[in-house]
Design a protein around this ligand. Structure first.
Ligand code: FES
Length: 144
Protein backbone atom coordinates (compact mmCIF):
# COMPACT_ATOMS: atom_id res chain seq x y z
CA UNK A 1 0.00 0.00 0.00
CA UNK A 2 1.41 3.40 -0.88
CA UNK A 3 -0.29 6.54 0.30
CA UNK A 4 0.62 9.74 -1.54
CA UNK A 5 1.75 12.92 0.11
CA UNK A 6 -0.86 15.66 -0.08
CA UNK A 7 1.70 18.43 -0.34
CA UNK A 8 5.18 19.19 0.86
CA UNK A 9 4.43 18.85 4.58
CA UNK A 10 1.18 16.91 4.92
CA UNK A 11 0.72 13.19 4.56
CA UNK A 12 -1.65 10.45 5.66
CA UNK A 13 -1.68 9.01 9.14
CA UNK A 14 -3.57 5.82 10.14
CA UNK A 15 -6.09 6.58 12.89
CA UNK A 16 -8.40 3.55 13.27
CA UNK A 17 -9.84 0.45 11.64
CA UNK A 18 -13.00 0.74 9.55
CA UNK A 19 -14.83 -1.57 11.96
CA UNK A 20 -14.20 0.88 14.81
CA UNK A 21 -16.84 3.28 13.48
CA UNK A 22 -20.42 2.19 12.83
CA UNK A 23 -22.18 3.44 9.67
CA UNK A 24 -23.83 6.75 10.55
CA UNK A 25 -21.55 7.18 13.54
CA UNK A 26 -18.44 8.99 14.62
CA UNK A 27 -15.33 8.44 16.68
CA UNK A 28 -12.77 10.63 18.38
CA UNK A 29 -9.11 10.07 17.52
CA UNK A 30 -6.10 12.07 18.60
CA UNK A 31 -3.24 13.40 16.52
CA UNK A 32 -0.32 14.82 18.49
CA UNK A 33 -2.62 15.18 21.48
CA UNK A 34 -5.33 17.05 19.57
CA UNK A 35 -8.79 15.55 19.18
CA UNK A 36 -10.20 14.96 15.70
CA UNK A 37 -13.68 13.61 14.95
CA UNK A 38 -14.03 10.93 12.24
CA UNK A 39 -17.40 10.22 10.62
CA UNK A 40 -18.65 7.30 8.54
CA UNK A 41 -21.80 8.21 6.64
CA UNK A 42 -24.70 5.81 6.43
CA UNK A 43 -25.77 5.04 2.86
CA UNK A 44 -22.94 6.66 0.90
CA UNK A 45 -20.29 5.06 3.10
CA UNK A 46 -18.17 8.20 2.70
CA UNK A 47 -15.78 9.25 5.44
CA UNK A 48 -15.16 12.75 6.80
CA UNK A 49 -13.09 14.30 9.56
CA UNK A 50 -13.40 17.54 11.51
CA UNK A 51 -12.09 19.11 14.66
CA UNK A 52 -13.77 17.54 17.68
CA UNK A 53 -14.33 20.88 19.38
CA UNK A 54 -17.64 22.56 18.72
CA UNK A 55 -16.89 26.28 18.34
CA UNK A 56 -20.19 27.28 19.93
CA UNK A 57 -19.26 26.50 23.55
CA UNK A 58 -15.80 25.01 22.95
CA UNK A 59 -17.06 21.58 23.97
CA UNK A 60 -15.21 18.47 22.74
CA UNK A 61 -18.35 16.77 21.50
CA UNK A 62 -18.52 16.69 17.71
CA UNK A 63 -17.51 13.01 17.43
CA UNK A 64 -20.91 12.32 19.07
CA UNK A 65 -22.75 14.50 16.54
CA UNK A 66 -25.69 13.26 14.52
CA UNK A 67 -24.77 12.70 10.87
CA UNK A 68 -27.09 13.49 7.99
CA UNK A 69 -27.47 15.71 4.98
CA UNK A 70 -28.72 19.19 4.09
CA UNK A 71 -29.84 18.70 0.47
CA UNK A 72 -26.81 16.97 -0.99
CA UNK A 73 -24.50 18.52 1.63
CA UNK A 74 -23.25 16.00 4.22
CA UNK A 75 -23.55 17.50 7.68
CA UNK A 76 -23.29 16.93 11.39
CA UNK A 77 -25.43 18.34 14.19
CA UNK A 78 -23.68 19.05 17.49
CA UNK A 79 -25.21 16.99 20.31
CA UNK A 80 -25.23 20.00 22.65
CA UNK A 81 -27.34 22.69 20.96
CA UNK A 82 -27.77 21.24 17.46
CA UNK A 83 -25.67 23.74 15.48
CA UNK A 84 -25.09 22.07 12.12
CA UNK A 85 -21.89 22.09 10.07
CA UNK A 86 -20.97 21.03 6.56
CA UNK A 87 -18.67 18.05 6.47
CA UNK A 88 -17.26 19.27 3.16
CA UNK A 89 -16.01 22.70 4.16
CA UNK A 90 -16.91 23.14 7.83
CA UNK A 91 -19.21 26.13 7.42
CA UNK A 92 -22.10 26.48 9.82
CA UNK A 93 -25.38 25.56 8.11
CA UNK A 94 -27.63 26.82 10.91
CA UNK A 95 -26.96 30.53 10.50
CA UNK A 96 -24.28 31.19 13.10
CA UNK A 97 -20.97 32.89 12.41
CA UNK A 98 -19.07 29.70 13.28
CA UNK A 99 -16.98 27.21 11.31
CA UNK A 100 -15.03 24.04 11.94
CA UNK A 101 -11.88 22.67 10.38
CA UNK A 102 -12.29 19.68 8.05
CA UNK A 103 -9.72 17.11 6.94
CA UNK A 104 -9.45 14.65 4.08
CA UNK A 105 -9.98 10.99 4.95
CA UNK A 106 -9.23 7.89 2.92
CA UNK A 107 -9.65 4.19 3.55
CA UNK A 108 -7.15 1.59 2.40
CA UNK A 109 -7.35 -2.12 3.21
CA UNK A 110 -9.69 -1.60 6.16
CA UNK A 111 -7.66 1.20 7.73
CA UNK A 112 -8.86 4.81 8.01
CA UNK A 113 -6.25 7.46 7.21
CA UNK A 114 -6.42 11.13 8.10
CA UNK A 115 -4.59 13.89 6.23
CA UNK A 116 -2.31 15.29 8.87
CA UNK A 117 -3.64 18.49 10.45
CA UNK A 118 -1.42 21.53 10.02
CA UNK A 119 0.62 23.21 12.75
CA UNK A 120 -1.67 26.27 12.91
CA UNK A 121 -4.71 24.05 13.58
CA UNK A 122 -2.86 22.04 16.24
CA UNK A 123 -1.76 25.23 18.00
CA UNK A 124 -5.25 26.72 17.91
CA UNK A 125 -6.89 23.56 19.23
CA UNK A 126 -4.39 23.18 22.07
CA UNK A 127 -5.09 26.75 23.09
CA UNK A 128 -8.88 26.37 22.78
CA UNK A 129 -8.80 23.06 24.65
CA UNK A 130 -6.98 24.54 27.60
CA UNK A 131 -9.57 27.35 27.70
CA UNK A 132 -12.37 24.79 27.45
CA UNK A 133 -11.02 22.98 30.51
CA UNK A 134 -11.60 26.00 32.69
CA UNK A 135 -14.53 25.34 35.02
CA UNK A 136 -17.71 27.06 33.96
CA UNK A 137 -19.63 28.84 36.68
CA UNK A 138 -23.35 29.37 36.73
CA UNK A 139 -25.41 31.72 38.81
CA UNK A 140 -28.43 30.10 40.46
CA UNK A 141 -31.24 32.46 41.27
CA UNK A 142 -34.12 31.65 43.44
CA UNK A 143 -37.57 32.48 42.16
CA UNK A 144 -38.90 33.45 45.55
S1 FES B 1 -21.74 23.31 22.04
FE1 FES B 1 -22.18 22.65 20.00
S2 FES B 1 -23.97 23.72 19.48
FE2 FES B 1 -23.48 24.41 21.46
Amino acid sequence: MSLPQLNGSACWVPVCDVESVLPGGGACVTFEGVQVAIFRMEGSGKWYATQNRCPHWNEMVLSRALTGSHGDEPKIACPMHKRTFSLRDGRCLSGDDLAIETFAVRVEEGVVYLSTPGAAFLERERSATSEARQPRTFAIRSSG
